[in-house]
Design a protein around this ligand. Structure first.
Ligand SMILES: *Cc1c(COP(=O)(O)O)cnc(C)c1O
Length: 371
């Protein structure tokens, strides 16, 4: 293959569609500060995500940090190390202590059967991640949270548009964070949102994203600037018009991967979760070194040599980052460790042609046959 095949490619509307969307911004000279486009996007998102309240932010990470600040938490937060470092950073930057819980081998989400062992009198919240768009065991997590009076904040950065039993995934937990980064299923260039059923929390979040100001001369607590600007929001309005067709194209790519790879010895391929309408955000495979004949890193290098660039996502575990490993990694998470060392996410985006998918799968098969 002459052209590089990268792990993802950002979705964009047609150029003229975006130009038309931003023309009113030129007219009004109103570029940011909770403008018309940002408010329009919040309404559209409430509808699409099937939630009461949506607050948009400059990016997903700031949304998550401010969600934790809004809940006024203190103490320990039970979370997963199998995530992007943003999740752990948001906990630590709020003065909270991450307590790492292991994940399930079949879908890589937090293992609810291990949560209760980690609860102490300092535990204040659970912060699970809907990894790759696979949803957590939301009912079991809710049962535990109720029993111990804990808050639940979902990192739903990967789960935009996913439904469980026909209900938007943001209807579970106290708050959910979505990322609208350029590489995500739905993007506003950079951006993010917090969704909730709680009007008062949404109101507080609207202050926290604007320095904590409740009026021109008063803050209730210090907060940063994390507002979404009008150009980001306009990109969101455009991209949301095409979300269904984009998810549909992703689904075709994923089905092609599954069909091609399901019989390859040593390559484990994820399957659909029950009662879940997926967004096909990522396509992870897990490499069994013994059966496949090569380990994950060797397969990755081989693909790179052939101009295919998958990603070791998530590797390393956040609990293994130098900064965190001495301070917080007291408990062990063997399954998370094993997955981080053997997982590879393959290229996946709406415009990826099925011929290219066949090409990538052909490379993987040829490597495995060549042991
Ligand atoms: C992308 C991502 C974030 C951060 O979102 P940004 O919009 O990039 O700030 C947080 N958690 C996970 C799991 C992510 O994938």
């Amino acid at each position: 293959m002459k052209d590089k095949i990268l792990v993802t490619q950002s979705s964009l509307p047609r150029f003229d569609e975006y130009v038309e969307e931003i023309s009113s911004i030129w007219h009004s000279h109103f570029l940011t500060n909770n403008g018309e486009k940002a408010q329009q996007l919040e309404k559209l998102l409430c509808n699409y995500l099937d939630v009461d309240e949506t607050s948009v932010f400059s990016n997903g990470h700031m949304a998550l940090e401010l969600a934790l600040q809004a809940l006024d938490l203190e103490g320990e937060v039970i979370t997963t190390p199998f995530t992007f470092v943003s999740t752990t950073n948001a906990i630590v930057r709020n003065g909270l202590i991450p307590v790492f819980c292991d994940i399930k081998e079949n879908d890589f989400t937090l293992d609810p059967s291990q949560i209760e062992n980690l609860i102490t009198e300092k535990t204040c919240a659970i912060l699970p991640v809907h990894v790759y768009g696979n949803i957590c065991e939301v009912n079991e997590i809710e049962r535990i949270a109720k029993k111990y009076d804990l808050k639940v904040i979902y990192d739903a950065a990967h789960a935009f548009g996913v439904t469980y039993k026909k209900q938007g995934i943001a209807n579970f937990g106290d708050l959910s964070m979505f990322s609208f980064h350029a590489t995500k299923v739905f993007n506003t260039i950079e951006g993010g949102a917090i969704t909730t059923y709680d009007k008062q929390l949404a109101y507080k979040l609207s202050q926290l994203r604007n320095f904590g100001l409740i009026n021109e001369s008063t803050i209730e607590e210090p907060a940063p600037n994390a507002k979404m600007n009008e150009f980001q929001a306009a990109m969101g309005v455009c991209n949301l018009r095409h979300i269904e067709e984009n998810i549909d194209s992703r689904k075709k790519v994923v089905e092609r991967y599954r069909r091609n790879l399901k019989e390859v010895s040593g390559i484990w391929v994820s399957s659909e979760q029950e009662n879940v309408e997926s967004n096909y955000a990522y396509f992870p495979i897990v490499v069994d070194e013994v059966l496949f004949g090569y380990d994950r890193d060797e397969l990755s290098t081989f693909l790179n040599d052939n101009n295919v660039f998958p990603r070791k996502y998530f590797y390393p575990l956040t609990s293994k980052f130098d900064y965190y490993k001495h301070e917080y990694s007291t408990n062990t998470t063997p399954i998370a460790e094993k997955i981080a060392n053997s997982v590879l996410t393959l290229p996946l985006f709406p415009d990826l042609s099925l011929e290219k998918v066949d090409y990538i799968c052909g490379l993987i098969k040829s490597k495995g046959a060549n042991k």
